[in-house]
Ligand binder design. Structure first.
Ligand code: NDP
Ligand code: MG
Length: 396
């Protein structure tokens, strides 16, 4: 019986993970569930799955959860804050950790899971983007297992022959083809992007995801973050990765080999497939996902990315090449800009403008330790906030 901790249990990936686990209760037990502020949802999950621990990042929310669970006579122990998250992510009784907190907030608990030698199921791409080398070193040095949940990286992993730590350059791999749908604004006239609303941006044509990653998909910053993620996961460089826009989201990515073979992993756009894959690996198990009917799909399109429409893609590629703390700076600026867009403080094209401005005034450093990374993350957030406030005061 594997004991599973889900960091970010109340989110889109968290819910999909619980759905898969519920189908395999003979193999997996829920050890700990965590959330930020959504008390009611975590409370319902505790009632259903009876984890040993529940963690709320927010201290007040933790108190509320504790009271509700006590009233029901449930034995789930409640913890709070970063300390609580790190505790359950690295707990001696946890075997698998699903890292599904959104954004930089997930970095330290995810790193703690790696350092404790767990099987880390990585959805929280921002953690890897920020701390790439540190994180990959922690995985290797502590005999942890790293399995990608991001559908593209899970697809690439499935198209490779070896163990997660094999160097792909020894496997006859010529290129990685990283697919992305192009999001909801792929064909919208550029002049209309200024007026798109958060509601339009989060309405992804193929995937049902949390708000932040949905906006990232609309700007294609998501693909940029995924490029950086792929470089770390598969120990390669941006030149080795071709981004391919594929609007149907049926091919989840591909690997091209020296002999001309191109292997693709296909499936429904449903995160339960990569989640089930990573939980069961190296075996396979049912995910609850409907079968792919190729006659319904009928045709697949592939086009090159449009850098004018998606400037975030270029910014992320540049950050990937610069390395050091530059990807962490890019990520932090983007998180602040996306939140400002969701709060209607910033127009949609403003997201890329804020990220570009922050990258223009900050230079990355060697990302040798967590303190440096967190420091640059914080500085980039302050800079981004300043640019947003300046832009708003100009408009008003
Ligand atoms: P959601 O916004 O749906 O969920 C985020 C989860 O993180 C929630 O449980 C939330 O708690 C928790 N959380 C948010 N902020 C904090 C914080 N400061 N401290 C602790 N917990 C926090 O996100 P998604 O599930 O969509 O995405 C999660 C991660 O997975 C992201 O990194 C995303 O890029 C990645 N991913 C997601 C995919 C998807 O299909 N959704 C696909 C591929 C990758 P609360 O509910 O209390 O706010
Ligand atoms: Mg993805």
């Amino acid at each position: 019986m594997k004991q599973v901790t889900i960091l970010g249990a109340t989110g889109s990936i968290g819910l999909s993970t619980l759905d898969v686990l519920a189908r395999h209760q003979d193999q997996f037990a829920v050890f700990a569930l965590t959330a930020n502020t959504q008390v009611e949802r975590l409370y319902q999950q505790c009632r259903q799955y009876q984890p040993v621990y529940a963690v709320m990042f927010d201290a007040q929310a933790a108190e509320q959860l504790q009271n509700k669970l006590q009233q029901d006579g449930l034995e789930t122990r409640v913890l709070a804050g970063l300390e609580g998250l790190i505790n359950v992510a690295s707990h001696a009784h946890t075997d698998y950790v699903m890292a599904a907190i959104v954004g930089a907030a997930g970095l330290q608990p995810t790193l703690a899971a790696a350092r404790a030698g767990k099987r880390v199921l990585l959805a929280n791409k921002e953690a890897l983007v920020m701390s790439g080398k540190l994180f990959m070193d922690a995985i290797k040095q502590n005999d942890a297992e790293l399995l990608p949940i991001d559908s593209e990286h899970n697809a690439i992993f499935q198209c490779l022959p070896g163990q997660p730590t094999d160097n792909i350059h020894d496997l006859g791999v010529k290129r990685i083809l990283l697919t992305g749908s192009g999001g909801p604004f792929r064909q919208m006239p550029l002049s209309r992007l200024q007026t798109v609303t958060p509601e339009q941006a989060v309405a992804h044509p193929n995937w049902d995801m949390g708000q932040k990653i949905s906006v990232d998909s609309a700007t294609m910053m998501n693909k940029g973050l995924e490029l950086i993620e792929a470089c770390w996961l598969f120990d390669t460089t941006p030149d080795f990765i071709q981004i391919v826009v594929h609007p149907q989201s049926v091919v989840h990515s591909m690997v091209e080999y020296d002999d001309g073979s191109v292997l693709a992993q296909m499936g429904q756009p449903d995160m339960r497939t990569p989640i089930a894959h990573a939980l069961a690996w190296p075996k396979r198990m049912d995910s609850g996902v409907a079968r792919l009917n190729l006659f319904d799909v009928a045709h697949l399109d592939f086009v090159p990315p449009d850098y004018e429409r998606f400037p975030c893609l270029q910014l992320a590629e540049q950050a990937a090449r610069e390395g050091g703390t530059t990807p962490a700076i890019l990520n932090a600026a983007n998180e602040v800009a996306v939140q400002a867009f969701l709060n209607k403080e910033l127009g949609f094209p403003g997201i890329a403008e804020v990220v570009e401005s922050v990258l223009g005034v900050m230079s990355g450093r060697c990302a040798e330790n967590l303190a440096t990374i967190l420091d640059d993350d914080e500085q980039a957030r302050l800079q981004a906030r300043e640019f947003i406030d300046q832009t708003r005061s100009k408009v008003q």
